[in-house]
Design a protein around this ligand. Structure first.
Ligand code: ATP
Ligand code: MG
Length: 582
């Protein structure tokens, strides 16, 4: 979190972080100004208010980093509050996963865990107060009629025929709503504001609806539930929040937020909106993510292809990399779509420093070293992380029969292919130079199934005493010593950068990438990985970063590829800079 100042200057809808002491985005500027003007007693108290109707995604991480980060920066507090006003879509599983994810990201709400449902009684009292002030009424229009009466952006709304009920009648009806006398949808409580307002949210919005549904915390106690706009501002007020930070789609709701608090004459926090995070080649909407889970397009909320925190975590992302990503994208008012390559850049940068290197062969091709004695083996010294000498070295067994990557051999090498080919010499990392003397082919298919080689005993450790040049260095494992592993390679979950963009009436799910998961079942890996535990992260030399999947069992390792080694972000950054200059 402390590195915000070190964020590189990047551009293209992505906001750069400032270089001065107090990291300044427009929200932090507003807060600094409020502190200077001694508003809210110079306190800073934010909240992260998820609705427990799904797992958190990377967009939520932006909001978490912002709310908890601001509290940290200004020596304030941040609450975790579940906005649980919709009993039909909420589940305890989601509550638990959200708490877990926030902690995993590295933030803590201490003893400030709240639920909007804890305030149901207070919210009800506030509704009674509005009725008594003549500012709310019970309306018998059906949901469809309410919509019809609301009008449009260009046409004013029409007043409900129930708008002028007396306070007494409203009080009595509202109490009977609570008592369960009326069926779902038959009546609502509405704020009495202005049916001609240019802002649709101000056209007598519904504040309570009848819903005979059990709530995950209050059970059957209630059969009327407050609407989000009413519950949210009041919850902020009850908790003494100073800055209520939300995404821009709530900008049009701010007048309503303010109206409720003003009419009720209660403590009044300040709502500030910022741009949602959009990420290319994925969707960030819980409703859509639920569809992917329920339609079995993915294996679950924590499928490594999902943009959920649980998915990214299983994929191998670290909390630091996600926080760093959120710092780099910054906070702006204007919506933008961030390139997935930036997220990948952040994890690569983090893992480069901390992930031990190992050798794994994803698509094995057998190599026999004809002049290496049968039955003999040696331990080669390998460096665990060239970026981090303190991570030390390890021993890797070498023997007569090895595996190398299928791709590292060509019988007819094209130009620019410097790896192994008949007659060609290459270096085996940390081991010897080998020279290809021949191939063995499958008689039926003609496919090369084995490569015959000789090795030069003078090149132990990978150096030639005569200084002869070698163009390629390959990774390898000893056939007899290595372990079998399953490796899951991931690609973008969608084929389209914006799967939400409705094209030809197609549903976003029709753009799911059928190649988003490729499973390789007979990979070979160094024997030292025998005890690798789920969640451990490694760099497979020349292949990318990988993480041990919880599906691993004793004796059978399963890896997820977190990210390849290819950094496309640096390239994008360069292009953007050039584009900006010209
Ligand atoms: P979704 O559209 O995915 O269902 P939501 O806004 O309904 O998201 P909430 O649980 O209400 O989800 O969100 C909790 C907080 O996270 C809110 O303050 C919301 O503004 C913020 N948030 C949600 N999605 C994003 C996003 N893509 N970028 C930034 N903040 C987000
Ligand atoms: Mg929401």
């Amino acid at each position: 979190m402390k590195d915000r100042r070190e964020a590189k200057d990047i551009d293209g809808g992505v906001k750069a972080s400032p270089a001065d002491a107090q990291p300044a985005d427009f929200i932090r500027n507003i807060i600094s100004e409020d502190i200077r003007a001694k508003r809210y007693d110079s306190r800073v108290h934010t909240r992260f208010p998820p609705e427990p109707n799904g797992y958190l995604h990377i967009g939520h991480a932006k909001s978490i980093c912002l709310n908890f980060g601001i509290a940290e920066d200004f020596g304030g507090l941040c609450n975790l509050r579940f906005d649980d006003t919709n009993p039909t879509k909420e589940e305890v599983e989601y509550v638990d996963s959200i708490k877990e994810n926030v902690h995993w990201l590295g933030f803590d709400w201490s003893d400030r865990l709240y639920y909007a449902s804890d305030y149901f009684e207070q919210l009800y009292e506030s509704a009674l107060q509005l009725i008594k002030k003549g500012r709310a009424y019970v309306c018998d229009l059906s949901p469809r009629e309410i919509r019809e009466y609301r009008g449009t952006l260009t046409e004013p709304g029409r007043e409900s025929p129930y708008r002028d009920r007396t306070v007494e009648e409203n009080l009595s009806l509202f109490e009977r709503m609570r008592a369960g006398e009326f069926p779902d949808g038959s009546r609502t409580l509405r704020a009495k504001i202005d049916m001609k307002s240019g802002n649709l949210n101000m056209r007598d919005p519904v504040i309570y609806r009848i819903l005979h549904a059990a709530h995950h915390r209050t059970g059957d106690k209630w059969c009327i539930y407050p609407m989000y706009d009413f519950a949210h501002g009041l919850s902020d007020s009850i908790e003494g929040i100073t800055h209520s930070i939300c995404t821009v789609e709530f900008e049009d709701h701010r007048p309503l937020y303010d109206w409720f608090l003003d009419e009720l004459e209660v403590y009044h926090p300040r709502q500030i909106e910022f741009a949602r995070l959009n990420l290319a080649y994925t969707v960030l909407s819980k409703r859509k993510l639920i569809e992917l889970v329920e339609g079995k397009y993915v294996t679950g909320w924590d499928d490594p292809r999902m943009p959920t925190i649980s998915g990214l975590r299983r994929r191998g992302y670290t909390p630091e990399s996600i926080r760093n990503f959120c710092d780099r994208i910054g906070v702006a008012k204007r919506d933008s779509t961030v390139d997935m390559a930036l997220l990948e850049y952040c994890i690569r940068e983090d893992l480069n420093k901390r992930a031990p290197r190992v050798m794994a062969v994803l698509q094995p091709l057998r190599v026999v070293i004809e002049n290496y004695p049968e039955g003999k083996s040696e331990e080669m010294d390998a460096i665990n992380n060239p970026e981090e000498p303190s991570m030390g070295t390890r021993k890797v067994p070498f023997s007569r029969v090895l595996y190398i990557e299928k791709d590292d051999f060509r019988e007819d090498p094209p130009k620019q292919f410097y790896r192994l080919a008949p007659g060609r010499e290459v270096r085996l990392r940390y081991a010897y130079f080998i020279k290809c003397t021949g191939v063995v082919k499958d008689e039926q298919s003609g496919e090369v199934v084995e490569i015959r080689c000789t090795y030069d005993p003078e090149t132990r450790g990978g150096d030639a005493p005569d200084g002869r040049k070698i163009k390629a260095t390959l990774h390898w494992v000893s056939a007899g010593h290595s372990l079998e592993a399953e490796v899951r390679l991931y690609d973008h979950l969608f084929l389209k950068a914006d799967p939400d963009e409705a094209g030809e009436g197609r549903d976003f799910k029709s753009y799911v990438n059928p190649q988003s998961l490729v499973t390789l079942k007979s990979c070979r890996i160094e024997p030292g990985m025998m005890h690798a535990a789920a969640g451990n992260r490694y760099q497979f030399e020349r292949q990318g970063y990988f993480c041990v999947d919880p599906d691993s069992s004793k004796g059978r390792l399963v890896f997820n590829r977190t990210v390849t080694l290819r950094d496309t972000w640096a390239k994008i950054e360069k292009t953007l800079k050039q584009a900006k200059k010209s």
